[in-house]
Design a protein around this ligand. Structure first.
Ligand code: GAR
Length: 208
């Protein structure tokens, strides 16, 4: 592993399609995201389509399928893997990209401020599952996506970047999801870059 002190070592965690992961890997490849080395893609599902995409980018993949394990009993496998790969806490970034398991408090505390997530709503509205469907059902006229730092709550951490999109009267969860997803692919790499470059200042209460 490279010892370059300016380099951030990236682990991406997925559960499915992996389009946000692809957007991040493309942004690294094209230099939009700088000084980041993708080290590993971790999935909790062997059938995650994103695993094949990761391989095409030449990024190693690992699957932990024993989803019946709860909390830290599951997450310790990931922590041990990151340790075994020599990924030091100080230069590690973990990006959740459609990772559909809730992380344990122990894992979040171990990697405090080093786990980012993208969520398909304007948080704090519509946290949790099926955010786009929640937005349609509620009847909001604007929704969007949010990149945030992961804390111990569900989708409650410090907000790094958001993009609002219009919700139309004839939208379904699918059409809204597609509109939001395009922006997810834009803002996740941007947010990673800004976060790593220290352009986003974190206060106790909020980011600026
Ligand atoms: C994305 O829309 C992402 O925001 C969402 O899952 C989708 C994954 O798509 N994440 C969540 O809902 C997390 N709570 P992808 O696998 O193509 O990136």
């Amino acid at each position: 592993m490279s010892e370059d002190l300016n380099l951030t070592h990236l682990a991406i965690m997925i559960s499915g399609r992996g389009s946000n992961m692809r957007a991040i890997l493309e942004a690294i490849q094209s230099g939009i995201v700088e000084n980041v080395l993708p080290e590993i893609v971790i999935s909790n599902r062997a059938d995650a389509a994103g695993l094949e995409i990761a391989k095409k980018f030449g990024v190693p993949t690992v699957v932990f399928q024993n989803n019946e394990l709860r909390g830290w009993a599951y997450d310790v496998q990931i922590a041990n893997l990151l340790d075994d790969l020599g990924l030091k806490r100080s230069s590690l970034l973990i990006c959740l990209a459609g990772y559909m398991r809730i992380l344990s408090k122990q894992f979040i505390q171990k990697y405090r401020m080093q786990i980012l997530n993208i969520h398909p709503s304007l948080l704090p509205s519509f946290p949790g599952l099926d955010a786009q469907n929640q937005a349609i059902k509620y009847g909001v006229k604007v929704s969007g996506c949010t990149v945030h730092i992961v804390d111990e709550g569900v989708d409650t951490g410090w907000i790094l970047m958001q993009k609002a999109v219009q919700v139309y009267d004839n939208d379904t969860a699918e059409t809204l999801s597609a509109r939001i997803l395009k922006w997810e692919h834009m803002i996740y790499p941007k947010a990673i870059n800004s976060y790593l470059k220290g352009k986003i200042k974190i206060n106790r209460e909020k980011t600026a």
